[in-house]
Design a protein around this ligand. Structure first.
Ligand SMILES: Cc1cc2nc3c(=O)[nH]c(=O)nc-3n(C[C@H](O)[C@H](O)[C@H](O)COP(=O)(O)OP(=O)(O)OC[C@H]3O[C@@H](n4cnc5c(N)ncnc54)[C@H](O)[C@@H]3O)c2cc1C
Length: 299
């Protein structure tokens, strides 16, 4: 990335909201649940399953956490009423991990129960490194009671292979990601190739444990290493799928589908779309070009 692009990146937080909303619209379904449901139904018609995410992270207090849980319950009700192939995915800090681990556990339990009653799966997402221990503890407490709950693991972190080994025996559902949070070199790989190699290594360990693994990536080079691993695993095809972000590298979704892989699309929505969109834009030089153009033309 050039100096100019870096300079534009640093101005992103100051981009006016209407322009940001326009730029972000390819990454988010909209502000309302109805927007997300319409997008999920359209994806389903095109042959893709989905994941629904209520945008937001960190919460003020317990009352705010409960509002978040209620929003997720409405999502679960809506997707099950409409018989959409979609599950829910929740960030631990959005349900209070930084306020109280006990509260976070009890809210995830409540939501897991609500999802189970509707035949839905619930994903515990993974955030930055200071939250990893707490998130794994909450997940391990949920596992004995809820077979419908899975976790996310980040190949960027040096600790992840050990974390996999330490997870209690039993059925296991993992979304493997590289990790969106740029962690310090003391605890994480920082270059693309070691992050990819670690991803493959973690996948091997998960396959040894007969885990169901979702490959959340848009990296075709990595996918070319993962598909043979899944196919040679001896596990049923349904144990694996690719997961992608709304608006990111859509031609690749069809390529993977044509290779017999299931593709599930992450559909985020909600009024708190700004921090999520900023993270996505930082990954995408094309969007940066639009920001520069808009800044220069006043558009
Ligand atoms: C369904 C899903 C759920 C996720 N959940 C989590 C989570 O819980 N915790 C977490 O830390 N991370 C999560 N991530 C993010 C993940 O960790 C990576 O940061 C992200 O997927 C980008 O890495 P990549 O594997 O696609 O490879 P990269 O090497 O980053 O990208 C591969 C290619 O895709 C392109 N690309 C990637 N992202 C974008 C984008 N936003 N816009 C345009 N092009 C892009 C790149 O330019 C490159 O060409 C999730 C990702 C997905 C798909």
């Amino acid at each position: 990335m050039g100096l100019f692009e870096r300079a534009v990146l640093s101005t992103l937080p100051y981009v006016p909201t209407p322009l940001m909303r326009r730029l972000a619209s390819r990454y988010i379904a909209g502000e309302r649940l109805e927007d997300a449901l319409a997008r999920i139904a359209a994806l389903q018609a095109a042959g893709h399953a989905s994941i629904i995410d209520v945008l937001g992270e960190d919460v003020r207090d317990e009352a705010h956490c409960r509002e978040v849980v209620d929003a997720y319950k409405r999502c679960a009700e809506a997707v099950s009423e409409r018989r959409l192939d979609c599950y829910v995915s929740v960030k631990p800090t959005h349900v209070g991990l930084k306020l109280s681990e006990e509260l976070c556990y009890s809210l995830y339990s409540e939501l897991a129960e609500h999802c189970r009653a509707r035949g839905l799966f619930l994903r515990v997402e993974m955030e930055d490194a200071p939250t990893t221990d707490g998130t794994l503890r909450v997940f391990e407490r949920l596992r004995p009671s809820f077979a419908n709950v899975g976790i996310v693991l980040q190949s960027r972190l040096f600790r992840t292979p050990d974390d996999i080994r330490k997870l209690a025996p039993g059925p296991l559902h993992v979304r493997m990601v590289k990790g969106i949070y740029l962690e310090p070199a003391a605890i994480a790989h920082t270059e693309p190739q070691p992050i990819r190699d670690a991803y493959v290594e973690c996948t091997r360990l998960l396959i040894e444990r007969k885990a169901c693994v979702s490959f959340a990536t848009h990296d075709e080079q990595l996918a070319d290493r993962l598909i043979p691993l899944a196919e040679g695993s001896g596990q049923p095809r349904e144990a694996f799928e690719f997961q992608v972000l709304l608006g990111v590298r859509e031609p690749l979704w069809s390529t993977w589908k044509a290779r017999g892989q299931r593709v599930r699309v992450y559909v985020p929505f909600g009024p708190e779309w700004r921090p999520y969109s900023l993270r996505r834009m930082r990954k995408n030089p094309q969007i940066l070009k639009h920001v520069m153009k808009a800044a220069l033309t006043g558009g």
